[in-house]
Unconditional design. Structure first.
Length: 393
């Protein structure tokens, strides 16, 4: 029996990045002594008020169909949150509520490009991006980063062709934690204007930035910028699948038609919880920023002085890229051998692009005792390499 060509596009090389993580999760389920630092799932509970609102709504019978785009009050709350962050004049009609930022990214990719088109993505990029962006039939064009994992804007301009339809990027970035500057965005905005390109910005970590916001092009280019976000990271709600798109109203109508085919609306009790979450956003985001700052500092201190390792401290977020090239191992080799030797699961930096092949991504959104143990295990592993004469410096 045959399958659609789509199955090849959505399998993607990025899927291999999760093999060690999947192995570690299976081992953890069996009670084995492993530590997972391979996924951004904080060990914080969702704010109690959010949980209580969901339970209350569910018990009240909020189990029926809902509007495809999301309830008006929730959409207006998202619009208000967005207005406050970037100053763009939007209302509920500019918003559609979807099943997490990943779903939003997928929906945007299907509505903005198709067979014969090209879409540009700035590296380093999250491993699901290639399959997500190519599912439409468009071709993905990668733009490598420059030094310190910042965008190479000269290279970006050289990748634009008559077939280019959109530029995708995340700020703060996953895995690097780099925040795009106003200067970076000004160049990208000028290119988008000149070539009539969509700009799709994944801001799922924006609430974790030092001020709770990041520079944005949304107000300057309201008919070209599509902003994607969610409550997963800012409120420790990854399992709730509560995300959204903010963009031009015409795009929202197209995504609504797509969502009608895929989702037919999302649970009302989840939407009520999301509305409550947005109401406590300031406190929830402050809590997460404090949580991440403490753990980032712990990880930097815990890895300090380990031969062959170099930490790239993020601007924001819950991940750190650790350069391991001087150990004599690639990121993939380091990830694999660390797990099999010490039971610590991290992600190969090569899964995020060519510039991070010599790195591993470490998630520090974990219990501090667990994080200290992980640092001790990583130190022991690298010292064992040094004892064997593997580490170069």
């Amino acid at each position: 029996m045959q399958f659609s060509s789509l199955v090849g596009r959505i399998s993607g090389a990025g899927a291999d990045a999760w093999n060690i993580h999947a192995e570690a999760r299976a081992a953890q389920a069996l009670g084995e002594d492993v530590i997972l630092l391979s996924v951004g799932d904080p060990d914080l509970d969702t704010p109690a008020a959010v949980v209580e609102r969901a339970v209350e709504s569910l018990r009240a019978g909020d189990t029926h169909y809902t509007p495809i785009t999301g309830r008006p009050a929730l959409r207006e709350a998202i619009a208000a949150l967005h207005r406050g962050r970037c100053g763009q004049d939007v209302d509920a009609e500019n918003v559609i509520f979807l099943a997490g930022a990943q779903n939003a990214l997928f929906a945007a990719s299907l509505c903005l490009a198709g067979p014969g088109d090209e879409v540009i993505a700035l590296e380093p990029l999250y491993p699901t991006y290639p399959a997500t962006l190519e599912a439409s039939g468009a071709s993905l064009v990668r733009v490598p980063a420059s030094g310190a994992f910042r965008p190479d804007l000269a290279a970006l301009e050289g990748r634009i062709t008559p077939r280019t339809r959109a530029i995708f990027f995340a700020t703060p970035n996953n895995p690097s934690g780099v925040i795009m500057s106003d200067a970076d965005l000004a160049v990208i905005g000028a290119l988008a204007r000149r070539h009539s390109l969509w700009i799709v910005v994944d801001e799922v970590y924006a609430g974790l930035a030092p001020t709770g916001r990041v520079p944005s092009l949304a107000a300057a280019l309201p008919e070209q910028v599509v902003t994607i976000s969610s409550l997963s990271k800012s409120h420790s709600m990854p399992g709730w699948r509560a995300g959204w798109i903010v963009g031009p109203k015409t795009l929202v109508r197209h995504v609504e038609a797509l969502s009608l085919c895929m989702l037919y609306g999302l649970p009302g009790f989840i939407q009520e919880a999301a509305l409550t979450a947005i109401g406590v956003a300031a406190a929830a985001e402050a809590r997460m920023r404090e949580y991440c700052a403490a753990r980032c500092a712990l990880l930097v201190a815990g890895l300090d002085g380990i031969p062959g390792l170099s930490c790239a401290v993020p601007d924001a977020g819950m991940f750190m890229l650790v350069n391991v090239e001087a150990t004599g191992l690639s990121g993939h080799e380091f990830m694999t051998r660390l797990y099999h030797s010490e039971g610590v699961s991290v992600i190969d930096g090569g899964a995020f692009g060519s510039d991070t092949r010599g790195c591993v991504r470490v998630c520090f959104a974990a219990d501090m005792t667990v994080l200290r143990d992980a640092c001790a295990r990583i130190r022991r592993f690298v010292l064992s390499l040094a004892a064997a004469g593997v580490v170069n410096g």
